[in-house]
Design a protein around this ligand. Sequence first.
Ligand SMILES: C[S@@+](CC[C@H](N)C(=O)[O-])C[C@H]1O[C@@H](n2cnc3c(N)ncnc32)[C@H](O)[C@@H]1O
Length: 242
Amino acid sequence: MANYKYPFTTANKVPTVQERRKYLFALEKLPLEERRAVLGKYYDDWVHNGYEEHCIRNGYVGHITLAEEIHARIPDTSKRILDCASGNGFLGEQLLKKHGFTNLDALDMSQGCLDYTRGKNVYTNYICAALGPDRLPIDDDAYDGIGLTAGCGAGHVQPDCLPEWIRITKPGGLIMFVVQEKYLDGEHYDENYCNGALDAILHKMAAEGQVEFLEKKRLFYLKNQTDKSKNEYSYMFVLRVM
Ligand SMILES: C[S@@+](CC[C@H](N)C(=O)[O-])C[C@H]1O[C@@H](n2cnc3c(N)ncnc32)[C@H](O)[C@@H]1O
């Protein structure tokens, strides 16, 4: 991490999106543990300095489409849902304000993001933890559903968190997460997602009887109202915990 400098906001300068992106991709060269440490600080800063405006400007709809899919599969809005990599709270807001879910918790490794979302009064519990192989501070079978959007690839959440997701989800509960197409098709390289790597992991877990692999569905991720060439897609994966 020696040559790595965070693009922190200062009194004189807010980093541009290009600068933030450059640092984000530089992160991929770091070992996973270091990446995770750096990424938390990166979002501590960005969430307070333009994250939402950036997403809205670019036509981000990942939270809207995933919330619709969650509600379609979990019609009972009193069910307990964990918004993973909750960031600024986009997904939780959709689930509460558009669909009426009332039992939502937030999990993110950035304390700054969790603090930011507190003002929105969307979540009951705020869990500061890194998704990965390590045990989360959450009881077994705690949730009816897990949702995650905009948090996979590029040093973000990796499939090594799946065993913990399964542990904290009730039998019969759903894990619903969205991965940008560019990580699955290798346009942006992430060895744990691209060229069928993620699918292979999920099929193996299904074959072992840990989950039922219910669906893989292409969804809009960025929907540009004026320039369709700027549209981006993602895939939603749906697993039922056995
Ligand atoms: C691009 S933001 C997404 C926020 C929100 N889900 C949305 O739809 O806009 C990515 C979030 O993932 C979080 N994150 C990345 N890797 C993580 C990990 N391993 N464990 C927990 N949170 C992680 C970051 O802290 C950040 O808040």
